[in-house]
Design a protein around this ligand. Structure first.
Ligand SMILES: Cc1ncc(COP(=O)(O)O)c(C=O)c1O
Length: 390
């Protein structure tokens, strides 16, 4: 086993796939184009203050599973607030978005459930498919027609699957593009399937008109639809930690009784619940933050367009905060990220196996609280580095 570990480490090194956590010092100054703190709420004094107050009042941990003594009024208030924010009828909060996806998929999946999933779905969903032991088929990214053909396969001889789930992300985590949600809903209705939408990268960021910042479901025909289930993380736009599944009260009750990652897991820490609750309220009250993400995404895209053109297609204007730039190799993306870090700019460096299409990428996040000067400076730094790349 030890020799096997050594061989694995050598292979990673050779392929340029070694990952290392880069600790940041408290108060360290850098331009953050890497984190998922899309709205700048993680360090907002109201959010951090709510966490501190809740820890002092309720304790540092939830002390047990939500079903034993781990539910506080904060958890219930947070569930109501999240459901209202995302336009769904009920919510159940988990300890992370990862566990929310695992929980809903294992509680609804199993023999008798066909899962039809976009090939770009996040690892937490993929692990949920596997753990659920459902027959799972993936379709070409955003191909509704192919998803339809796979769902129709349920009726073929040899398959007896009375239930089906279509699994997608509203805004994809690595490429930053959107799913065709309305078409997928029509497909779900046609095939009596559930449409599971992971809103990890859209809640707090997308939405239009009076629903700005409330995600890709609220204010649309998807909101509160019986065939729609939403999963969310509290760790990105909400600046906290944790996750949730949103849907009907009946679904919530089913998960509470059947989702093993809910039942056999200590409840979300009260501090995280309080922080997320405060953040959800801020998102509703301060739509300027989502608007600022959109504006910054435009500035970032325009500022980098000439330098990234030679690396292939980048989305014209990201659907959310994620601006994804394909790079020629794992080594080159690593070199760019390292040079940017030395120049005081942090960017996401995504390489296989964390990229759904095998293409290494710079992943930049157009966060709400970046100033125009910070965007200008970071674009200048990145242009300089990219132009020198062989
Ligand atoms: C699409 C998607 N779903 C789920 C998760 C997991 O959420 P969490 O970090 O809360 O576990 C992530 C990222 O972390 C994600 O990008």
């Amino acid at each position: 086993m030890v020799q096997w570990l050594e061989r694995q480490a050598a292979v990673r090194e050779r392929r340029g796939q070694v990952r290392r956590p880069l600790p940041r010092a408290a108060g360290e100054k850098f331009i953050d184009l890497a984190s998922n703190d899309y709205l700048g709420l993680s360090a907002d004094p109201r959010v951090a203050g709510a966490a501190a107050e809740a820890a002092a009042r309720w304790g540092a941990g939830a002390t047990s599973s939500r079903l034993v003594a781990g539910t506080t009024q904060l958890h219930l208030d947070l569930e109501q607030e999240l459901a209202a924010l995302a336009g769904m009828d009920a919510a159940l909060v988990f300890s992370s978005g990862y566990l929310a996806n695992i929980g809903v998929l294992t509680a609804l999946g199993g023999p008798g459930t066909l899962i039809v999933a976009d090939e770009h779905c996040h690892a937490s969903m993929i692990d949920g498919f596997r753990l659920s032991r459902s027959r799972t088929q993936s379709f070409t990214h955003n191909s509704v027609a192919e998803a339809g053909r796979l769902l129709a396969g349920r009726a073929l001889p040899g398959h007896s699957e009375p239930r089906a789930i279509i699994a997608v992300e509203s805004v994809y985590s690595v490429l930053g593009d959107e799913a065709p949600l309305q078409d997928l809903l029509a497909l779900a209705e046609q095939h009596d399937a559930m449409l599971l939408i992971d809103e990890a990268h859209s809640l707090g960021v997308t939405g239009t008109g009076s629903f700005l910042g409330r995600g890709s479901v609220a204010g649309t025909a998807l909101a509160g639809h019986p065939n729609v289930i939403v999963t969310a993380t509290l760790s990105k736009a909400l600046g906290s930690q944790g996750g949730a599944v949103l849907g009907s009260p009946l679904l919530r009750e089913h998960l509470l009784n059947r989702a093993r990652s809910f039942i056999f897991d200590t409840g979300l820490a009260p501090a995280s619940a309080a922080a997320a609750l405060t953040a959800a309220r801020i998102i509703r009250d301060e739509p300027w933050r989502a608007a600022s993400v959109r504006g910054n995404a435009g500035l970032l895209t325009a500022g980098l367009a000439p330098a990234v053109a030679r690396f292939g297609a980048a989305p014209e204007h990201p659907a959310g905060a994620v601006h994804s730039i394909p790079m020629p190799s794992a080594e080159s993306v690593q070199a760019v990220a390292e040079a940017a870090r030395r120049a005081g700019v942090r960017v996401g460096c995504f390489r296989p196996p964390s990229v759904p299409d095998g293409i290494s990428r710079l992943r930049l996040t157009a966060r709400a609280t970046l100033t125009p000067e910070e965007i200008e400076d970071s674009c200048a730094v990145l242009r300089g580095i990219l132009e020198e790349l062989p």
